[in-house]
Design a protein around this ligand. Structure first.
Ligand code: SF4
Length: 223
């Protein structure tokens, strides 16, 4: 496993934070909304998720209880903008039903579950990234969320093959950081901002705030 030092990671974080500021993530007004957004954002852009969340809210379905009680077809109609809406409506229904019937709600789930990660992963349609997003942003557990943006930035900045490494292998890279929930929340948000604004599939290196420490950029400049 490629080892990155705490200094390397914090240096990246500090450059990102100086550029983007402290990001108030996850964009949600409640833990229910956060969990719903985490399922809706699978394989789609946040813009599409926002539309689906607005429609759920307009239809008084922006809570796990309301989704658990709603007809599947009604959930499907409300989240149509989020892509793969049939599959996601089923996921939302099964997740909401599980949490509401076993715990009454998501806050109680995070208080009472002995192994929340394992339990989340046992619910159909909840993968590691979705589970870890919920654990960090709704459950306040110090667990680093790994997504495609994180993998791309790590690969380019540090010259490691994070895009092909296993999920937990990439996650372990961050074990050198202090287990700070605020740091984990903000660092993940910074990866997303960098990847959306600069480190796109076709990167905009000339304007990038971390260019001075990026292996990809220095290699590109020397060729
Ligand atoms: S310098 Fe280029 S490759 Fe490196 S992180 Fe920035 S945009 Fe990505």
């Amino acid at each position: 496993m490629p080892q990155l030092s705490r200094k390397q990671l914090l240096s990246l974080y500090s450059k990102l934070r100086s550029h983007f500021g402290f990001l108030n993530w996850w964009p949600a007004k409640s833990n229910d909304e956060m969990a719903i957004g985490a399922i809706l954002t699978q394989n789609t852009s946040w813009k599409n998720v926002e539309k689906a969340i607005a429609r759920l809210e307009a239809n008084r379905m922006l809570s796990l209880k309301a989704i658990a009680e709603a007809k599947l077809s009604k959930v499907e109609r409300a989240i149509r903008s989020s892509g793969f809406f049939r599959q996601k409506a089923k996921r939302l229904k099964s997740f909401s039903t599980y949490i509401v019937s076993n715990y009454g709600g998501i806050d109680s789930f995070f208080k009472r579950s002995k192994e929340p990660r394992k339990e989340l992963l046992s619910i159909g349609g909840i993968g590691k990234e979705t589970a870890d997003s919920m654990l960090l942003y709704a459950g306040n557990r110090p667990i680093f969320v790994i997504d495609a943006y994180t993998r791309r930035v790590l690969s380019r900045v540090f010259g490691i093959d994070a895009e092909r490494m296993g999920y937990e292998e990439v996650q372990r890279i961050f074990d050198v950081l202090p287990a700070s929930i605020d740091l984990y929340k903000d660092f993940h948000a910074q990866f997303v901002e960098l990847a959306k604004n600069y480190c796109r599939k076709k990167p905009l290196c000339s304007k990038c705030p971390v260019r001075s420490m990026c292996k990809y950029a220095s290699k590109a400049a020397s060729t």
